[in-house]
Unconditional design. Structure first.
Lengths: 372, 137
């Protein structure tokens, strides 16, 4: 069989690179970085996050601080969601669109103070988003500070994540963070940013700290029993939680209406933002395709680029697919015409010439149980 | 850990163990086929193994099946030519046996060899380990 472990060329390393090597992480190139795809194994790490607590090095994601009197208004202009609604300590998911409504990136915007925001963007889009913001920021009394290389970012996720974090960064601070809230505290004389967000479908925090303190924070979390998890389980976890992946499920040719991101487009505030006119027009015409969530009925694994069939007719393509460790079957997302999008629609996915029966199901595939 | 010395290997990371056929009616040898420990480790968690049924023919270095891990799908290549006597039925419900015991319970096929001479074309354990050490593809 062919085993492709791509060779590392001139790749960037995060502040936690030595930690990954020390833990036996299997390093792969990802978005220009050398990142761990797994340590103990994808399924073990996946289950650790679903059942206990796991942590991911997400330092490769772009982090930009926007400061100034117009910081909020500038971000409103490049964001589909009205970020001026955020008060200090709040965050919200949003998108940055082109003039034609195509998605440049899906982003997370946090308001730290009225004139200070943190924008977290996809690793693969970080240079593009930086350029985009710099292109437009000149009109505003605001400036961009690139915090990508100077900080490390760790996502701690799982039902036990908050409990473990309480002992490390302070129980009062951790308890003060409601879902989608953020704040800053001091950890070993360094400013530590934390937000009650994630990309796994579990509860937890995402932490940002000065790069030189990153390894110490990572090791401290390791000491309290948080299991290191790699990009492999990050992908299986986000797929079960039906969270979109830029480059797979969304790109510049995708608009928010096609992928269920209506809730991140604010049109009723009358404010201008890039892509507004195009998005209003696209909404009136209605989407020509919709992203659906598919669950396989048989053996076989749908993966991205597999064709979707209805009877003998090709009706779409899988954008993300894989094996769900929690459900024990293959799940995926893909685009089909709106008339094939209703839940319960029976489709087939071509898995290397073999038809795999799949049904349109509601999102998410996995929802965490309510815990007392 | 060195690969087991009693097996022969392919550069595609399959192994074969050759035994004489226990059914006295035939003089043809039987080969048991699987994938190596290195392969299962590289693939990671295995979730499906697609194997041919008994009676199917397999050919030296031709595809005989597919193996899906959480990470990726890979093709399986037969070290030997012959007829499948048995496919490991346990892998249908417990594909993780390939991870847990690649040279034991995780075996894949038992093949009645039609050309025992092919065995000489395969790698010894030492040659295979050298191949891996040099950075296998």
């Amino acid at each position: 069989m062919a085993l492709n472990e791509a060779a590392a060329g001139t790749l960037l390393r995060t502040a936690l690179y030595d930690e990954h090597k020390r833990l036996g992480g299997r390093m792969v190139p990802f978005a220009g970085y050398e990142m761990p795809v797994q340590y103990a194994g994808i399924v073990e790490e996946h289950n650790a996050v679903r059942q206990r607590a796991g942590m991911f090095d997400v330092s490769h994601m772009g982090r930009f601080e926007i400061r100034g009197q117009d910081a909020g208004r500038f971000l409103r202009y490049i964001s589909t969601w009205d970020v001026t609604r955020l008060t200090a300590g709040e965050g919200h998911y949003s998108a940055s669109c082109r003039e034609d409504g195509g998605i440049l990136d899906d982003i997370y915007v946090f308001c730290l103070e009225p004139e200070r925001y943190l924008v977290v963007v996809n690793a693969s889009n970080a240079p593009k988003l930086k350029g985009w913001m710099q292109e437009h920021i000149g009109r505003w009394d605001a400036r961009l500070i690139d915090r990508h290389a100077s900080t490390a970012m760790i996502a701690v996720q799982g039902p036990e994540a908050l409990g473990r974090l309480e002992g490390v960064i302070g129980d009062e601070f951790v308890r003060s963070l409601r879902p989608r809230r953020c704040g800053e505290t001091e950890w070993r004389r360094q400013t530590l940013f934390a937000s009650r967000t994630g990309y796994t479908g579990e509860d937890g925090l995402e932490l940002v700290i000065e790069a030189e303190a990153g390894p110490e924070l990572w090791r401290t979390l390791l000491d309290v029993g948080v299991q290191p998890a790699g990009l492999g389980s990050r992908d299986t976890l986000r797929l079960e939680a039906a969270l979109l992946l830029y480059g797979n499920d969304i790109d510049e040719e995708t608009n928010p209406w096609e992928v269920g991101l209506d809730w991140v487009v604010t049109r009723d505030d009358g404010a201008d933002f890039i892509g507004r006119n195009a998005l209003v027009g696209l909404k009136e015409r209605g989407p020509s395709r919709e992203l659906v969530y598919l669950k396989a009925a048989g053996r076989g694994i749908m993966r991205s680029h597999c064709d979707i069939f209805r009877e003998a007719e090709s009706v779409g393509t899988i954008t993300s697919g894989g094996y769900s460790p929690t459900l024990g079957v293959s799940i995926g997302m893909g685009f089909v015409a709106p008339e094939l999008a209703p839940e319960g629609t029976e489709l087939k996915v071509d898995v290397r010439g073999k038809p795999l029966a799949a049904r349109v199901v509601p999102r998410p595939f996995y929802k965490r149980p309510k815990r007392a | 850990m060195p690969s087991p010395g009693d097996l022969k290997y392919t550069k595609e990371h399959e192994w074969v163990r050759v035994e004489s056929d226990p059914s006295a009616s035939s003089e043809q040898a039987i080969g048991t086929v699987g994938i190596t420990d290195y392969a299962q480790d590289q693939l990671g968690d295995i979730v499906f193994v697609d194997l041919p049924a008994a009676g199917a023919g397999v050919s030296h270095m031709q595809k005989f099946g597919e193996i899906e891990s959480v990470k990726a799908v890979s093709e399986l290549f037969s070290p030997v030519t012959g007829e499948v006597v048995e496919a490991n039925a346990a892998l249908a419900n417990s594909p993780e046996l390939v991870n847990d015991s690649p040279y034991g319970e995780g075996w894949m096929l038992r093949v009645r060899l039609s050309d025992s001479g092919e065995i000489d074309k395969l790698l010894s354990a030492e040659e295979y380990d050298d191949f891996i050490a040099q950075g296998a593809e």
